[in-house]
Design a protein around this ligand. Structure first.
Ligand code: 8YV
Length: 315
C-alpha cells in the first residue's frame, strides 16, 4: 500500500490529470472498480479527497465511507450531482471549475442551435451516402440569424450564449427568477411565460433541485410550432416526457441536445427523430478547456491539502 494520501476518482479523467494526481496521491479509480465496496474499504483510512464530475457526484454514504475527506473537488461547474447538504453537515468543502468552461459551452450551444436548424448531420450524410450526386440537393433547412432567442438562465454560460447570439442579429429574451440589473434583454419570470415569444429556446440554467422541471410541460406546449430547442445544461431542467411528446407530435422544428435524464443510457426514443442532433454531454469537451478544468480542480485539491483558501469554493 502506498504511503501517499488517497484520492477517490468517481469518474474517468484524461490521462494528464490522472498522471498529475498520481504524483501526490494514491488514486482510487472508483468508476472502474468491479467491487466498489471493497475499494471504499481499502480507501477508507487514507483518502483525503474525492474528485467528482458534473454528471457523477457524491452522496452522504460515499462521504461516510471516507471519513478523512477534506475536499470534494468537482471537475465541472455544475455541482448538482453532489449532495451539498450532506457535505455541509460533515464540514467538507466543495469546489467546482467555473469560468474556464463558459466560452466553450457557449460555443457548443451555438453549434447545436445552428447544427440542428441547418440539419448539418443530414447534410453530411447526404454527401457521404452519395445522395448528393444521385438525387441532387438535400431538403431545405431553417434560418437562425435574426430569429428570436430565449435563454433559460442568464448566468455565466447563458450570458456568453447571448453575447454570441447578438452577432447573429437575434433579439434576445431570458427567463430567470428575477430581472438582471443592467441587462437590456427582455425578461420573463418563467420559461412558460417566455415560450410563446421565441423561435429558438436554449436551456442554460444550472441543474439541481431549484431548477428540476423548470422547462415544464406548460412551457414546452407554449413554444411556437417549428421551434429550435437546445439544451446544454442538465436533463433534469426539462420535462423530458413533454419534450418527447412535442417531438413525436412534430411540434419541434429541430433540437440540439447535449444533456439528458439517465445519461449515458438515454431514452432510446430520442434516436428515432431525424431532426434531433444528439451529443454525449460534450459541451466542455475540448482538450484546451478540459486541461483548464483539470488544472483548476487540482489547484483546489492542493489548496485543501495545504490548508489554504480554496480558489473556487462553492459550498
Ligand atoms: C462535465 C459539466 O463536468 O461543468 C459541468 O457542469 O457538466 C461538464 O463540464 C464534464 O463533462 C466533465 O465530466
Amino acid at each position: 500500500m502506498s504511503d501517499k494520501p488517497g484520492l477517490l476518482l468517481v469518474g474517468e479523467l484524461p490521462e494528464w490529470d490522472v498522471a498529475a494526481l498520481e504524483a501526490d496521491f494514491h488514486v482510487f479509480h472508483y468508476w472502474r472498480a468491479a467491487d466498489k465496496a471493497a475499494m471504499l474499504a481499502e480507501a477508507r483510512d487514507s483518502t483525503v479527497a474525492i474528485v467528482t464530475k458534473g454528471e457523477i457526484g457524491a452522496d452522504g454514504a460515499l462521504m461516510d465511507a471516507l471519513p478523512k475527506t477534506k475536499i470534494i473537488a468537482c471537475y465541472g461547474v455544475g455541482v448538482d450531482a453532489i449532495d451539498l447538504d450532506a457535505a455541509r453537515a460533515r464540514g467538507i468543502p466543495v469546489t467546482n471549475t467555473p469560468d474556464v468552461l463558459t466560452e466553450e459551452v457557449a460555443d457548443f450551444a451555438i453549434l447545436l442551435m445552428l447544427g440542428a436548424a441547418r440539419r448539418v448531420r443530414d447534410g453530411d450524410a447526404w454527401v457521404r451516402s452519395g445522395a448528393w450526386a444521385a438525387r441532387g440537393p438535400m431538403a431545405l433547412t431553417t434560418r437562425v440569424s435574426g430569429k428570436r432567442l430565449g435563454i433559460v438562465g442568464l448566468g455565466r454560460i447563458g450570458s456568453a450564449i447571448a453575447r454570441r447570439a447578438e452577432g447573429f442579429g437575434m433579439p434576445i429574451a431570458y427567463s430567470a427568477r428575477t430581472r438582471k440589473d443592467g441587462v437590456a434583454y427582455d425578461w420573463y419570470p418563467t420559461p412558460a411565460a417566455m415560450a410563446p415569444h421565441v423561435d429558438v429556446l436554449c436551456v442554460a440554467a444550472a441543474g439541481g433541485a431549484a431548477t428540476r422541471g423548470l422547462v415544464d410541460r406548460t412551457a414546452i406546449e407554449a413554444l411556437p410550432p417549428g421551434v429550435i430547442f437546445v439544451n446544454v445544461s442538465r436533463g433534469t431542467v426539462v420535462d423530458e416526457a413533454a419534450l418527447l411528446d412535442a417531438l413525436r407530435q412534430g411540434r419541434i422544428g429541430a433540437a440540439g441536445l447535449d444533456v439528458f435524464l439517465n445519461e449515458p443510457n438515454i431514452d432510446p426514443e430520442f434516436l428515432t427523430f431525424p431532426n434531433v442532433l444528439l451529443q454525449p454531454h460534450a459541451a466542455s469537451g475540448s482538450i484546451e478547456t478540459r486541461k483548464d478544468m483539470g488544472r483548476l480542480m487540482r489547484e483546489n485539491v492542493a489548496a485543501a491539502m495545504a490548508g489554504r483558501t480554496l480558489p473556487t469554493r462553492i459550498a
